[in-house]
Design a protein around this ligand. Structure first.
Ligand code: GLU
Length: 426
């Protein structure tokens, strides 16, 4: 009989930080961590809330709220993206910062975890407004970021241009160029080859490694992708182009599309570029984001936001592999259901760690002022993802737990070891 500790009591689905703390508790029990260590792992180290005015195009001023949370820095400078979204909250940023801590530890990067966010609706802001918002936020958080302290990167609705503005703002304040203050920059400013597609590429490698254990073949196998942004579209492209998969469904915030005999993801990208959405792609049937999760497919890639697979729909998931390109798409209660249904879950902190892995390569290149070729970046990324998957799979098998618990066991043990070795100051 497989053993898997059951989460106790209901999770508040609206609060990702409650989920994040719950995940720590589940694994702290398995690792026999003492109460003091458990408390450390359940608290963010440092949180900055900033409220700042931005001049809008019509001449008016608006005050925006932003956050930067540095969750744990026992293993190195903190690392993690910045997201622009109307639903950003301090608790969401805390959860995402915790997940970054575990993610960096799973793939063994010398980093702690952090995250930032601004409550805003970037889809309804001009480029000039976004630049002023970004520069002012960068200036407000410059107190606590830097190549040796905390290194931001892109996340939901931020991109290489956002990073260029942050790099420039920080550099202006220092009086010299500091490319290592952010990753995910344009290549012309010290960005890395391969960073733009690293999250999707890493995810595709992990799916490839897991397929034989999940009893499926990716060649001619079916794939559904929820969220056709940076992570989702690259995962779809690579599974299609390099592994011969059929992309049967994709979606974005406006809705989804389905075609049983597969679609060319590059053509979907073109359609999205032209029309602003995947919806209306010729020859495909319209489906909702909720329906997409439940279609019969070999691989399901949630690549959008948190709280998508819950106790309500977990039982209806028909995929054999769920590969979490998004952060936090599955709730702990749903994990147990998927485990019982023998669905192979590739947890976010492993499946989407390719992004931060190449961010680490970018930072290392920036600090050395010595840049690598694309083939070198991808070779090293592949090695990190393949090795990390193998380690997680081994822990899952030997402890009879699902992959998320195994990934957390690996990560929390590494962070706890670092805390213990450093000791408690003073
Ligand atoms: N935002 C990405 C993530 O959630 C990348 C973070 C980074 O590269 O620092 O993993």
């Amino acid at each position: 009989m497989p053993k898997q500790s059951e989460p106790s009591g209901p999770t508040d689905a609206a609060n990702p930080f409650e989920t994040a703390k719950r995940q720590v508790d589940i694994v702290a029990d398995l690792l026999h961590l003492d109460n003091g260590m458990r408390e450390i792992l359940k608290h963010p180290k440092r949180e900055l809330s900033v409220n700042f005015p931005v001049r809008m195009d019509d001449g008016s001023y608006r005050v925006f709220n932003g956050y930067r949370v540095q969750y744990n820095m026992a293993r190195g400078p903190t690392k993690g993206g910045i997201r622009y979204h109307p639903n950003v909250s301090l608790d969401e940023v805390r959860a995402l910062a915790a997940w970054m801590t575990w993610k960096c530890a799973v793939v063994n990067l010398p980093y702690g975890g952090a995250k930032g966010g601004i409550i805003c609706d970037p889809k309804h802001m001009s480029k000039g407004e976004l630049e002023r918002l970004t520069r002012r936020y960068a200036s407000e958080i410059s107190l606590i970021i830097g190549p040796e302290i905390d290194i931001p990167a892109p996340d939901v609705y931020t991109d290489s241009q956002t990073m260029a503005w942050i790099m420039d703002t920080y550099s202006m304040q220092q009086g010299y160029s500091v490319p290592g203050v952010v990753t995910g920059k344009p290549i012309a400013l010290g960005g890395s080859e391969g960073r733009a597609e690293a999250t999707g590429r890493g995810c595709a490698y992990v799916i490839r490694e897991a397929a034989p254990h999940a009893g499926i073949r990716i060649k001619n196998g079916t794939v559904a992708v929820q969220g056709f942004g940076n992570a989702g579209s690259v995962t779809a492209n690579l599974l299609h182009d390099e592994q011969g998969a059929q992309i049967v469904a994709v979606s974005d915030s406006k809705g989804g599309i389905y075609k049983a005999d597969g679609m060319n993801p590059h053509a979907i990208e073109e359609h999205k570029k032209k029309t602003g959405s995947v919806v209306g792609f010729p020859g495909a049937k319209a489906i909702s984001n909720e329906e997409l999760l439940e279609i019969k497919t070999d691989v399901l890639v949630p690549a959008a936001l948190e709280n998508q697979i819950t106790k309500k729909n977990a039982d209806r998931i028909q995929a054999k592999i769920v590969a979490e390109a998004a952060n936090g798409p599955t709730l702990p209660e749903a994990d147990s259901v998927l485990f019982e249904k023998k669905v192979t879950v590739l947890p976010d902190i492993l499946a989407n760690a390719g992004g931060v892995t190449v961010s680490y390569f970018e930072w290392a290149q920036d600090i050395q002022r010595y840049f690598w070729e694309l083939a070198e970046v991808n070779r090293r990324l592949e090695r990190v993802m393949v090795d990390s998957y193998a380690q997680v799979h081994k822990i899952a098998e030997s402890n009879h737990v699902h992959n998320r618990t195994a990934a957390y066991m690996l990560a929390l043990q590494r962070v706890a070891d670092a805390i213990r070795l450093r000791g408690i100051y003073p």
